[in-house]
Design a protein. Sequence first.
Length: 592
Amino acid sequence: MYDKNYIPSRTSPKGGRRGCLCWETSTYSIECCDGSVRAQGVGSVYFTDEDSNLPINLTPPVISGTAERGETLSSTTGTWTGTGTIIFAYQWQRDNVNISGATSSTYVLVADDDNTSITCVVTATDDVGSTNSLSNAISPILGSPYNLVAPVASGTGQVGQTLSTNSGSWQGIATITFAYQWRRDASDISGATSSTYTLVADDYATDIDCMVTATNSLGSANQDSNDIANIAGSVPVISGVPTISGTAKVDETLTATAASVTGTPTPTDTFKWQRSDDGSTGWANVSGATNSTYTVVSADEGKYLRVVQTSTNEAGSDTANSASTAQVAAAFTGLLDTYSGAAVAYSLRLLRSGYSGSAIRVRRADDNEEQDIGFRNNELDTSTLETFSLSGDCFVTTWYDQSDNETANNLIQQTASSQPKIVSEGSTITEGGKPTLEFDGSNDFMESGSIASSQPVSYFHLRRYRTTDQTRHALNFSTDSGYAWVDFFDGGNLRAYFGSTIAISSGFNTNRNLWAVIADGSSSTASLNGSASSGNVGSNNVDAITLGKRAAPIAGVNAAINSQELIVYLSDVGTTNFEGIETNMNDFYTIY
């Protein structure tokens, strides 16, 4: 350093910088306060003539205060030397740019200062001139939230998976709180306002991000996360198992109903039918059986069937097996499939495989509502019937003709007081465990349309007389010119009368009986429970049927009977068929 006791001479200037003190060092160099070396040799301290008395800053100004909007910063002047009295001026700067009007030693931070750097330039002026000095920087100024690092969303971009996001990094005055809004292709997803979000089907093939909103007492700011792009679909998942409806019987059609399945995009369901010998092992695909319906074939008889559901989308597939069907029964063969040609046929069981109608139409006593009742497993659907009854009584308005004639000839009774009953207090009326129509013996009867024909005629009637009162007519064929009482009890005999009578007196009782007749004049046959007698019934023609009473032209009393089946052929069916029909009815109803 220079010798403090040496009085510098102004006569031999050595070229110092404006306002810069230069001195001789012990190494004979002339150094200046800016660090430059001006010359080497022997000499003393020098000032330039023009700069020697400007203010010199010895320590820079210092800003103090809290770096938050609304707070006040203060600046010192720093320390200086100079000539005469030194006065100071201030200019506050925002990111090195002067702030208009900010010329005090203090400065109140405003909104424009948020997230900037604040400095103060102090200007010292003495008798010679002015010199500037820059303060330290106060940075950053905290105000409303300002994002430093964007939020990051993470997770597997697949429907069903859960994404999460952090809030990113922010600055601003405390306390900053955060809100979240997940977006699908830049549009808000309703209700998705948590820091986590589980992807749903609507997100498939879209881009998902999260908009984070940071809020403090001064305001809010938004910043979106990265995109989780092109959301993938989800693998199908089947809930439960497919079901099979229909009857497991040859020639019957089974229908598969798919179990519920989730997956995105929506899975496509396919089916494969399989058969097994025991219903639990050895399942094998049925060739070509890939529809939701399957018509049971003869190869399935005695075996078991199931369906396999496969649900597939681009993400994968899932499979599920139905329960096994019951053991497949042989094809249904009805009585009329074997013994065709009936003119009319009424029964509470299915009589032919090609018949697709109902068995009866019933009226509910409580409110007179009506409903057709069909078959279940080839017998009357008593479950549906009893459900419809609402625990009350039901009466039959129509007994449908199951014959294969082009025009059905149904037995009908529209008058409520004359309709036979089939449900009593919610329970189906039965004979031998099978449903039956109950005629009250007072008012009840049913009638068909015309089936006009001359003899021969064969008919089979399964019924029970509930009383042994005389002259009770269960069945009548009426004509304009005469009448045929074909099933009536009179004086201890069962009779068939077409102008003449063939009678059977033995074995009659109030049990169920099968009454069968071939009416062919003097070559007629009558049979009670398989025991036949021959005789002459006369020659009256056959016309409309009245069931339950004697009809015009000679009206008579009604019969209290229960009737289960009535079949009429307008021909002589012959001995073999006659006996075969009787056997078929007896095998089903177990009469004798």
